[in-house]
Design a protein around this ligand. Structure first.
Ligand code: SAH
Ligand code: DHB
Ligand code: MG
Length: 223
């Protein structure tokens, strides 16, 4: 058993439980045609994000890392009428591809794509009085995941969910002496979560089309 099986199972789950969808296929095709890396969430993880947003009744979503808009469209579709999603993308070319796909998916009114490094976008969001966000999906540059988490927590409410992708990183999360900056950042995130009374969190390892990785979910608690 290995990568071939992991991919086959993801493909079976996608074929059975993640409905075929022209707008999502179109977003993936537009991203491929424009040469974007195919590093979007797997269809089953995307569906989980959508289910979590619905379970939680999310109306306001913040996403770090848009890429071609695949996870963005899934999350936007989980929102009730009047819901809003802000997504932050450093690469202007990616943001352009994403914006077109988001329009075609019919969620252009719901989604705002902001171009620029997320750390630069946050002060403006702050000045605008943005938030509290019901759900935050952290999926941009991995070294800054702890910083994005801190900002997300400070702009959340009890009951908010903060989800961070790519925390397990082929299992390197368990390596205390890792000299990989991205891995060290995920270990730091876990230490922050352990010492943060405002949240309760866990991390789930995953295998699938993207190999071996995992995500963290933190629930913001009643104070
Ligand atoms: N959430 C997307 C995948 C995001 S991939 C999906 O699942 O469909 C990570 C994205 O983060 C890339 O598009 C990359 O350009 C972007 N990124 C990298 N550094 C960033 C930064 N500092 N600020 C905002 N976005 C960044
Ligand atoms: C990669 C994967 C991701 O899910 C992501 O958000 C960023 C990068 C990667 O495999 O490089
Ligand atoms: Mg990711």
């Amino acid at each position: 058993m290995g990568q071939e099986t992991f991919s086959a199972v993801d493909e079976f789950v996608a074929a059975t439980l993640v409905p075929h969808d022209e707008a999502l296929d179109g977003a993936l095709e537009a991203a491929r045609a424009a040469g974007l890396p195919a590093i979007q969430v797997s269809p089953p993880l995307g569906k989980l994000l959508q289910l979590l947003a619905r379970l939680q009744g999310a109306r306001t979503v913040l996403e770090f890392g848009t890429l071609g808009g695949y996870s963005t469209i899934l999350l936007a579709r989980a929102l009730p009428p009047g819901g809003r999603l802000i997504t932050l993308e450093a690469n202007p070319a990616y943001a352009e591809v994403a914006s077109a796909s988001i329009e075609r998916a019919g969620v252009g009114e719901v989604v705002e794509v902001r171009v620029g490094a997320a750390l630069d976008a946050l002060p403006l969001l702050e000045r605008e009085g943005a938030g509290p966000f019901d759900l935050v999906f952290i999926d941009a540059d991995k070294v800054n995941t702890p910083g994005y988490f801190t900002w997300a927590l400070d702009h959340s409410r009890p009951g908010s969910l903060i989800i961070a992708d790519n925390v397990v990183r082929d299992g390197s999360l368990a390596e205390a002496d890792s000299d990989d900056e991205a891995t060290r950042a995920q270990r730091h995130l876990h230490e922050m979560l352990a010492n943060e009374p405002r949240v309760s969190a866990t991390t789930i390892q995953t295998v699938g089309v993207k190999g071996y990785d995992g995500f963290t979910i933190a629930l913001v608690l009643d104070q």
